[in-house]
Design a protein around this ligand. Structure first.
Ligand code: APR
Length: 260
Protein backbone atom coordinates (compact mmCIF):
# COMPACT_ATOMS: atom_id res chain seq x y z
CA UNK A 1 0.00 0.00 0.00
CA UNK A 2 1.62 3.22 -1.17
CA UNK A 3 1.88 5.83 1.59
CA UNK A 4 -0.26 8.97 1.02
CA UNK A 5 1.25 11.39 -1.47
CA UNK A 6 1.81 15.02 -0.61
CA UNK A 7 -1.26 16.06 -2.54
CA UNK A 8 -3.29 13.78 -0.25
CA UNK A 9 -2.13 15.82 2.71
CA UNK A 10 -1.98 19.39 1.36
CA UNK A 11 -5.29 20.73 0.07
CA UNK A 12 -5.82 24.09 -1.59
CA UNK A 13 -9.33 25.46 -1.18
CA UNK A 14 -10.89 28.75 -2.19
CA UNK A 15 -12.90 30.08 0.70
CA UNK A 16 -13.20 31.63 4.13
CA UNK A 17 -10.73 30.18 6.62
CA UNK A 18 -13.23 30.68 9.47
CA UNK A 19 -15.43 27.97 7.98
CA UNK A 20 -12.74 25.31 7.64
CA UNK A 21 -13.48 22.09 9.56
CA UNK A 22 -9.98 21.37 10.85
CA UNK A 23 -8.49 21.01 14.33
CA UNK A 24 -6.91 24.48 14.16
CA UNK A 25 -7.03 27.50 11.88
CA UNK A 26 -4.11 29.89 11.71
CA UNK A 27 -4.66 33.60 12.22
CA UNK A 28 -2.53 36.19 10.40
CA UNK A 29 -2.33 38.44 13.44
CA UNK A 30 -0.30 41.46 14.55
CA UNK A 31 2.12 41.51 17.49
CA UNK A 32 -0.53 42.78 19.93
CA UNK A 33 -2.83 39.78 19.23
CA UNK A 34 -5.70 42.16 19.97
CA UNK A 35 -7.45 41.83 16.61
CA UNK A 36 -7.39 43.77 13.36
CA UNK A 37 -8.77 43.62 9.85
CA UNK A 38 -8.48 40.94 7.15
CA UNK A 39 -8.18 37.36 8.41
CA UNK A 40 -7.64 38.63 11.97
CA UNK A 41 -10.92 40.51 11.93
CA UNK A 42 -12.81 37.65 10.29
CA UNK A 43 -11.57 35.12 12.86
CA UNK A 44 -12.37 37.34 15.83
CA UNK A 45 -15.85 38.06 14.47
CA UNK A 46 -16.58 34.37 13.86
CA UNK A 47 -15.05 33.15 17.14
CA UNK A 48 -16.83 35.72 19.30
CA UNK A 49 -15.62 38.07 22.07
CA UNK A 50 -14.23 35.30 24.26
CA UNK A 51 -11.33 34.96 21.80
CA UNK A 52 -10.17 38.52 22.46
CA UNK A 53 -10.45 37.87 26.18
CA UNK A 54 -8.05 34.91 25.93
CA UNK A 55 -5.72 36.80 23.58
CA UNK A 56 -5.36 39.60 26.11
CA UNK A 57 -3.68 37.14 28.49
CA UNK A 58 -1.11 35.98 25.91
CA UNK A 59 1.10 39.07 26.16
CA UNK A 60 1.43 39.53 22.42
CA UNK A 61 3.46 37.53 19.88
CA UNK A 62 6.76 38.19 18.09
CA UNK A 63 6.97 38.11 14.31
CA UNK A 64 7.54 34.54 13.10
CA UNK A 65 6.31 32.99 16.34
CA UNK A 66 2.98 31.29 17.13
CA UNK A 67 0.61 31.08 20.11
CA UNK A 68 -2.58 29.05 20.53
CA UNK A 69 -6.05 29.74 21.91
CA UNK A 70 -9.41 28.02 21.85
CA UNK A 71 -11.60 28.43 18.78
CA UNK A 72 -14.78 29.25 20.72
CA UNK A 73 -17.66 29.62 18.19
CA UNK A 74 -15.51 28.57 15.22
CA UNK A 75 -15.83 25.04 13.73
CA UNK A 76 -12.09 24.68 14.48
CA UNK A 77 -11.29 23.75 18.10
CA UNK A 78 -8.21 25.97 18.18
CA UNK A 79 -6.79 29.16 16.68
CA UNK A 80 -3.03 29.35 16.22
CA UNK A 81 -2.07 33.02 16.07
CA UNK A 82 1.09 33.88 14.18
CA UNK A 83 2.53 37.22 13.13
CA UNK A 84 3.86 37.44 9.61
CA UNK A 85 6.61 39.84 8.52
CA UNK A 86 5.74 43.21 7.02
CA UNK A 87 7.19 43.29 3.49
CA UNK A 88 10.14 45.73 3.33
CA UNK A 89 11.53 44.83 -0.07
CA UNK A 90 12.97 41.39 0.75
CA UNK A 91 16.24 42.40 2.40
CA UNK A 92 15.11 42.32 6.03
CA UNK A 93 14.80 38.57 6.52
CA UNK A 94 11.16 38.51 5.51
CA UNK A 95 11.42 35.10 3.78
CA UNK A 96 12.88 33.42 6.87
CA UNK A 97 10.36 35.03 9.18
CA UNK A 98 7.45 33.98 6.97
CA UNK A 99 8.74 30.40 6.84
CA UNK A 100 9.02 30.46 10.64
CA UNK A 101 5.32 31.34 10.87
CA UNK A 102 4.38 28.13 9.04
CA UNK A 103 7.03 26.00 10.78
CA UNK A 104 6.11 27.20 14.30
CA UNK A 105 2.38 26.88 13.71
CA UNK A 106 2.80 23.29 12.45
CA UNK A 107 5.15 22.41 15.31
CA UNK A 108 2.68 23.80 17.84
CA UNK A 109 -0.18 21.84 16.25
CA UNK A 110 1.88 18.61 16.35
CA UNK A 111 2.95 19.30 19.93
CA UNK A 112 -0.63 19.22 21.18
CA UNK A 113 -1.60 16.27 18.99
CA UNK A 114 -3.63 18.02 16.30
CA UNK A 115 -3.95 16.30 12.93
CA UNK A 116 -5.35 19.01 10.65
CA UNK A 117 -4.64 22.71 10.26
CA UNK A 118 -5.70 25.48 7.87
CA UNK A 119 -3.53 28.42 6.84
CA UNK A 120 -4.38 31.74 5.19
CA UNK A 121 -1.84 33.36 2.88
CA UNK A 122 0.03 34.98 5.77
CA UNK A 123 1.46 38.49 5.19
CA UNK A 124 0.07 38.80 1.63
CA UNK A 125 -2.64 41.31 2.55
CA UNK A 126 -2.05 44.36 4.73
CA UNK A 127 1.58 43.33 5.22
CA UNK A 128 2.25 43.52 1.49
CA UNK A 129 4.30 40.34 0.95
CA UNK A 130 4.26 39.42 -2.77
CA UNK A 131 1.73 36.59 -3.14
CA UNK A 132 3.73 34.24 -5.38
CA UNK A 133 6.89 34.55 -3.30
CA UNK A 134 4.89 33.97 -0.11
CA UNK A 135 3.05 30.99 -1.61
CA UNK A 136 6.35 29.30 -2.60
CA UNK A 137 7.69 29.79 0.92
CA UNK A 138 4.47 28.41 2.40
CA UNK A 139 4.38 25.30 0.16
CA UNK A 140 8.08 24.49 0.62
CA UNK A 141 7.92 24.93 4.40
CA UNK A 142 4.75 22.86 4.71
CA UNK A 143 6.01 20.00 2.49
CA UNK A 144 9.36 20.05 4.30
CA UNK A 145 7.57 19.71 7.64
CA UNK A 146 5.10 17.02 6.50
CA UNK A 147 7.98 14.99 5.03
CA UNK A 148 9.28 14.14 8.48
CA UNK A 149 6.19 14.64 10.62
CA UNK A 150 3.57 12.03 9.62
CA UNK A 151 1.36 12.98 12.57
CA UNK A 152 -0.01 16.02 10.74
CA UNK A 153 -2.43 14.40 8.30
CA UNK A 154 -3.97 17.39 6.55
CA UNK A 155 -2.94 20.97 5.81
CA UNK A 156 -5.53 23.19 4.15
CA UNK A 157 -4.42 26.33 2.31
CA UNK A 158 -7.53 28.53 2.46
CA UNK A 159 -7.28 31.08 -0.36
CA UNK A 160 -9.35 34.22 -0.66
CA UNK A 161 -10.01 34.60 -4.36
CA UNK A 162 -9.42 32.58 -7.47
CA UNK A 163 -5.99 34.03 -8.27
CA UNK A 164 -4.47 32.81 -5.02
CA UNK A 165 -6.17 29.44 -5.39
CA UNK A 166 -4.79 28.86 -8.89
CA UNK A 167 -1.34 30.04 -7.89
CA UNK A 168 -1.12 27.71 -4.89
CA UNK A 169 -2.30 24.76 -7.01
CA UNK A 170 0.38 25.47 -9.62
CA UNK A 171 3.14 25.81 -7.03
CA UNK A 172 2.11 22.62 -5.22
CA UNK A 173 2.31 20.76 -8.53
CA UNK A 174 5.77 22.16 -9.30
CA UNK A 175 7.52 21.08 -6.10
CA UNK A 176 8.83 17.90 -7.77
CA UNK A 177 12.22 17.65 -6.02
CA UNK A 178 10.78 18.07 -2.55
CA UNK A 179 8.02 15.64 -3.56
CA UNK A 180 10.63 12.98 -4.35
CA UNK A 181 12.29 13.32 -0.95
CA UNK A 182 8.82 13.46 0.56
CA UNK A 183 7.74 10.25 -1.17
CA UNK A 184 10.94 8.43 -0.25
CA UNK A 185 10.52 9.43 3.42
CA UNK A 186 6.93 8.16 3.44
CA UNK A 187 8.06 4.89 1.81
CA UNK A 188 10.76 4.51 4.49
CA UNK A 189 8.22 5.19 7.27
CA UNK A 190 6.00 2.54 5.69
CA UNK A 191 8.82 -0.06 5.68
CA UNK A 192 9.81 0.84 9.25
CA UNK A 193 6.19 0.33 10.39
CA UNK A 194 6.13 -3.11 8.77
CA UNK A 195 9.42 -4.05 10.47
CA UNK A 196 8.08 -2.86 13.83
CA UNK A 197 4.89 -4.89 13.37
CA UNK A 198 6.67 -8.06 12.29
CA UNK A 199 9.22 -7.95 15.15
CA UNK A 200 6.98 -6.45 17.83
CA UNK A 201 9.39 -3.55 18.38
CA UNK A 202 9.32 0.25 18.17
CA UNK A 203 12.10 2.03 16.32
CA UNK A 204 12.51 5.27 18.30
CA UNK A 205 14.63 7.19 15.78
CA UNK A 206 12.58 6.61 12.61
CA UNK A 207 12.66 10.35 11.81
CA UNK A 208 16.47 10.46 12.05
CA UNK A 209 16.72 7.39 9.79
CA UNK A 210 14.48 9.03 7.17
CA UNK A 211 16.29 12.39 7.37
CA UNK A 212 19.66 10.69 6.67
CA UNK A 213 18.48 8.31 3.94
CA UNK A 214 15.49 9.92 2.16
CA UNK A 215 17.45 12.72 0.41
CA UNK A 216 19.73 10.12 -1.20
CA UNK A 217 17.30 7.48 -2.43
CA UNK A 218 15.39 8.11 -5.64
CA UNK A 219 13.15 5.06 -6.11
CA UNK A 220 10.79 2.75 -4.25
CA UNK A 221 13.18 -0.09 -5.08
CA UNK A 222 15.94 1.69 -3.16
CA UNK A 223 13.52 2.35 -0.29
CA UNK A 224 12.65 -1.36 -0.25
CA UNK A 225 16.35 -2.25 -0.23
CA UNK A 226 16.83 -0.03 2.84
CA UNK A 227 13.82 -1.69 4.46
CA UNK A 228 15.30 -5.16 3.87
CA UNK A 229 18.68 -4.08 5.30
CA UNK A 230 16.99 -2.60 8.38
CA UNK A 231 14.93 -5.76 8.81
CA UNK A 232 18.07 -7.91 8.59
CA UNK A 233 19.82 -5.71 11.19
CA UNK A 234 16.86 -6.03 13.57
CA UNK A 235 16.85 -9.84 13.16
CA UNK A 236 20.64 -10.24 13.56
CA UNK A 237 20.74 -7.88 16.55
CA UNK A 238 17.90 -9.78 18.18
CA UNK A 239 16.33 -6.40 18.87
CA UNK A 240 13.29 -6.18 21.15
CA UNK A 241 11.15 -3.44 22.79
CA UNK A 242 12.19 0.15 22.02
CA UNK A 243 15.07 0.18 19.57
CA UNK A 244 17.39 2.97 18.45
CA UNK A 245 19.22 2.20 15.20
CA UNK A 246 22.72 3.65 15.57
CA UNK A 247 23.93 6.25 13.10
CA UNK A 248 26.81 3.94 12.09
CA UNK A 249 24.30 1.24 11.08
CA UNK A 250 22.22 3.81 9.16
CA UNK A 251 25.36 5.08 7.35
CA UNK A 252 26.44 1.48 6.57
CA UNK A 253 23.04 0.80 5.00
CA UNK A 254 23.28 4.04 3.02
CA UNK A 255 26.84 3.24 1.84
CA UNK A 256 25.80 -0.24 0.71
CA UNK A 257 22.99 1.37 -1.24
CA UNK A 258 25.38 3.81 -2.94
CA UNK A 259 27.82 1.01 -3.85
CA UNK A 260 25.02 -1.22 -5.21
N1 APR B 1 -10.20 33.60 4.82
C1 APR B 1 -9.07 33.31 4.14
N2 APR B 1 -8.20 34.25 3.69
C2 APR B 1 -8.50 35.54 3.96
C3 APR B 1 -9.67 35.94 4.66
C4 APR B 1 -10.53 34.89 5.10
N3 APR B 1 -11.66 35.15 5.77
N4 APR B 1 -9.68 37.29 4.77
C5 APR B 1 -8.56 37.72 4.14
N5 APR B 1 -7.86 36.69 3.64
C6 APR B 1 -6.59 36.70 2.90
C7 APR B 1 -6.22 37.98 2.23
O1 APR B 1 -6.77 38.04 0.93
C8 APR B 1 -4.70 37.83 2.17
O2 APR B 1 -4.34 37.08 1.02
O3 APR B 1 -5.59 36.49 3.88
C9 APR B 1 -4.36 37.01 3.40
C10 APR B 1 -3.67 37.78 4.52
O4 APR B 1 -4.19 39.10 4.57
P1 APR B 1 -4.34 39.91 5.96
O5 APR B 1 -5.48 39.40 6.70
O6 APR B 1 -4.30 41.36 5.61
O7 APR B 1 -3.04 39.52 6.81
P2 APR B 1 -1.55 40.05 6.71
O8 APR B 1 -1.19 40.47 5.33
O9 APR B 1 -0.74 39.01 7.37
O10 APR B 1 -1.57 41.38 7.61
C11 APR B 1 -1.73 41.22 9.00
O11 APR B 1 -3.52 42.80 9.07
O12 APR B 1 -5.63 42.29 9.83
C12 APR B 1 -4.43 42.87 10.17
O13 APR B 1 -4.27 42.48 12.53
C13 APR B 1 -3.76 42.11 11.27
O14 APR B 1 -2.11 43.80 11.60
C14 APR B 1 -2.33 42.52 11.06
C15 APR B 1 -2.22 42.56 9.55
Amino acid sequence: MMPPGITDRVLVVEGDITRQRVDAIVNAANPSLLGGGGVDGAIHRAAGPELLGECRDLGGCNTGEAKITSGYRLPARFVIHTVGPVWKGGGAGEDTLLSSCYQNALALAELIGLRSIAFPAISTGAYGFPLERAARIAVCTIIGFLTYHPAIERVVLACHGNAAHTLYQDILGQEKTINTEYEMAQALFSHISMIEASHGIRIKNREAIARIIAPTIKSDTQALSVGISLNNWVAVAGAYGEVTVSESVIRTILDSLKSA
